[in-house]
Write a protein of this length. Structure first.
Lengths: 342, 406
């Protein structure tokens, strides 16, 4: 495609991307450097059906004046980024000086909200992504080998987890693992422990969410792999069969190299999706045991009666940076291949 | 035939004439939480909408919608049914209007005690009161010879006895869902211990003390007597637990008593479900509970005509003797003419015992949020009480700094 044609072809998408993705990210970035103005409060008398008290309220007249002068708020630089609820640089320095063993230090650091969330998010990514790739590939291979007659319904059944809305999918599982649900009650019977609860133990909650993640994301990998498998040329495979290659050898030396670019693509998308894990935490009511970076943003925006725009913006920016770091190796590799291919 | 028609017409116009407040124009759009009493209240105000537009959104997610929706100009809603805690963000952002003029003009029938005044200005009109108090199963307590608990220490002892008897494995329930609900339980228990959330006259946190530790220890004891999934249980979930007969003692909102005592569900359980006042804790004499009011506020960013129409419709409900008589079961109404029934015992006892209202402070929402997420690890046994409270204060402090309170 000539560059000029490509330009016109890409223009509408590019514009939409700048408008709906680029500008909001810039605006979020700017927001993250600002905090609210100092609150001007005054003492007033408050009366309600239960009696009167003297207490404080925000002085709206004064606040409006300050806000009109500086609508963005108070410039805070990286203040929000380094405070305790984010990178917590000062706290970490303090822990480093105060703690005696490294284990104690790690304990203290992982008790900070941002690192707690980061650890869960990374654990989720590390366990879900490879398993999704593997499971998706195995399902695609098996379905590809099955008689064409029953393949249609089977494919449909396999992609069901992806069709089901994430929240609904997680809610269904949530009810099943309830201590009186079908899975929860059976596990209690099996382990002979009436106090065993999948929802109250942190480890078990994490495992549940990870299994849910694999279940939910595998169909995506499967669909892409299955499509890629259709393009594998038959001649080399037939030649390999004649040469006496086993099934495993055929997959390793012919199929995998052929669909390798697709594997990279699926890995990229999965990593990105998994790093933003959010719905299962809400669906499983797992806020107590598992928090992800996306959940932190949500928490800052809606869970409190006061909306913390600065905090949410800072966490958003760090999530974007986190995804960029995670994807960097794969992107660099793709870029190198692209260059050698030319 | 003609007679029937005339009668019908008469009935039709008769009823509407009875309820119509003669509102000629304007549009009314209400945002409210979702429980039976509020539905009744809004329905009552709808009767008098006249020719005004009438819309309502009942949502349990009302807190998340309110501030953004009222910030818009013109605001999406003309009125918001708020409570002690949810009026604060609206006040902080200057999103609601004073109601003095409207009360003077159209507020006939609204009692003075219903008016929420801040700095001498009427900012909301309350119509019902709420609190969390104890519910107990009379049959279970009687069988085991346990007296109705008056303190949380007695609740613990009673629950242990019920568990030991083998009748129930998890005899106690309260809404301990991580987040808002759990924080609310802490607030109740901390107030019961006589705690103050902030150092006097400032927004500096003040929960990391002996009272805070005692509060956490009591919450932990109670959680050990609850269903192990307690961190995922909200008011609705424990209501279901109760109705399944799994629980004998429970702390729950007064506004939910109606659904517990209705005809649905096991008749034996319903019959044995009894209400009593909130418990005290740690030898204190004020109950470990907070008093709440629900009332209506009007959006500032909405035309005066809409505000007037909305006020008239809502004031009609907030002074409606027929409504409080018909729906006496649904809530403890603050409206004139309300005769408290058996389902109001909890709130009335709480007021008699001198329960404190939920603190209406600008920075309280941040404290509530910090509590909801930071005390979880203590309950899970992963952290000491002191560490959890230290975390609460630290989390609150950085949020309050960002928000300009410190």
């Amino acid at each position: 495609m000539p560059n000029k044609t490509f330009f016109w072809f890409f223009l509408p998408t590019g514009l939409a991307m700048v408008l709906f993705i680029g500008l909001p990210i810039i605006s979020t970035g700017v927001q993250s450097f600002y905090a609210q103005h100092d609150q001007v409060v005054k003492e007033v008398k408050k009366c309600d059906p239960f009696g009167c008290t003297v207490s404080i309220v925000v002085d709206n007249e004064e606040t409006t004046k300050i806000r009109e002068a500086k609508p963005l708020g108070k410039f805070n630089g990286f203040g929000t980024y380094v405070d305790r609820n984010h990178l917590a640089t000062e706290e970490i320095k303090k822990f480093w000086n105060e703690t005696e063993t490294f284990g104690e230090f790690v304990d203290q650091v992982t008790n900070l909200p941002f690192y707690k969330a980061l650890i869960f998010t990374l654990t989720y990514c590390i366990f879900v992504t490879p398993n999704v790739l593997l499971l998706g590939f195995i399902i695609a291979l098996s379905l590809n080998a099955i008689s064409r007659k029953i393949r249609g319904p089977l494919i449909f059944g396999t992609i069901l987890p992806m069709i089901v809305t994430p929240l609904v999918g997680s809610l269904v599982l949530f009810w099943m693992i309830d201590s009186q649900g079908i899975i929860g009650a059976n596990i209690q019977n099996l382990m002979n422990d009436p106090y065993l609860s999948l929802k109250s133990s942190k480890t078990l909650t994490w495992i549940t969410i990870i299994i849910y993640g694999i279940w939910h994301h595998s169909p995506f990998a499967f669909v892409v792999f299955y499509a890629a498998l259709q393009t594998v040329p038959q001649e080399p495979i037939e030649a390999a069969i004649i040469d006496g290659a086993s099934r495993f050898q055929r997959i390793k030396h012919i199929v995998l190299p052929h669909i390798y670019p697709v594997v990279t693509f699926v890995a990229l998308i999965s990593l990105m999706d998994n790093f933003r894990v959010f719905e299962p935490i809400i669906g499983f009511s797992a806020e107590g045991s598992a928090q992800s970076l996306s959940w932190l943003i949500y928490d800052n925006l809606v869970n409190e009666e006061v909306i913390l725009f600065g905090s949410a913006a800072a966490t958003s920016m760090m999530t974007i940076i986190g995804i960029a770091i995670l994807l960097a190796p794969v992107l660099v590799r793709t870029w190198k291949e692209f260059k050698t291919a030319r | 035939m003609r007679k029937i028609l005339v009668t019908l017409l008469f009935l039709l116009f008769g009823t509407s004439a009875y309820a119509d407040c003669n509102i000629k124009s304007g549009s009314i759009n209400i945002l409210a939480n979702d429980f039976p009493a509020l539905r009744t209240f809004v329905e009552t105000s709808k009767q008098c909408k006249g020719s005004a537009d009438f819309k309502v959104t009942h949502s349990s997610e009302h807190n998340k919608i309110a501030v953004p929706a009222l910030t818009a100009n013109p605001s999406e809603f003309s009125a918001r049914i708020a409570a002690n805690s949810s009026i604060v963000p609206l006040m902080n952002q200057d999103l609601i209007r004073p109601l003095d003029d409207l009360v003077k003009k159209y507020g006939k029938g609204i009692q003075d005690s219903q008016l929420i005044t801040i700095d001498g200005k009427v900012m909301a009109v309350a119509f019902m009161a709420n609190t969390q108090h104890l519910y107990y199963r009379e049959d279970v307590l009687k069988d085991l010879g346990i007296a109705v608990p008056k303190t949380y220490e007695e609740v613990v002892a009673a629950s242990e006895k019920i568990r030991a008897s083998g009748k129930m494995q998890y005899p106690y329930a309260a809404a301990y869902k991580a987040g808002w609900n759990l924080a609310e339980e802490f607030v109740n228990m901390y107030i019961g211990h006589g705690g103050e959330f902030f150092k006097s006259g400032s927004a500096e946190p003040n929960v990391n003390n002996a009272k805070g530790v005692a509060t956490l220890n009591m919450l932990k004891k109670l959680s050990e007597l609850s269903n192990p999934d307690y961190l995922t249980h909200d008011s609705e979930a424990i209501k279901v637990e109760w109705e399944s007969g799994n629980v004998a003692l429970m702390t729950l909102w007064a506004s939910r008593s109606g659904t517990l005592l209705d005809d649905e569900g096991d008749a034996n359980i319903t019959k044995a479900t009894k209400l009593t006042g909130p418990a005290t804790v740690g030898g204190g004499n004020i109950p470990a509970a907070t008093l709440w009011w629900d009332g209506f506020t009007l959006a500032k960013n909405r035309s005066d005509a809409d505000a007037e129409a909305t006020f008239r419709a809502l004031a009609h409900a907030a002074s409606n003797k027929k409504m409080v008589a018909d729906a006496a079961d649904q809530a403890v109404w603050l409206v004139e003419g309300f005769v408290p029934g058996p389902k109001s015992i909890g709130v009335i006892e709480a007021v008699k015992m001198g329960a404190k209202p939920y603190p209406m402070l600008p920075q309280m929402g941040l404290m509530h949020g910090a509590l909801g997420s930071e005390i979880v690890e203590f309950l899970q046994g992963k952290e000491s009480a002191e560490q959890a409270l230290k975390d609460v204060e630290a989390a609150y402090t950085s949020k309050a700094k960002e928000q300009g309170f410190l």
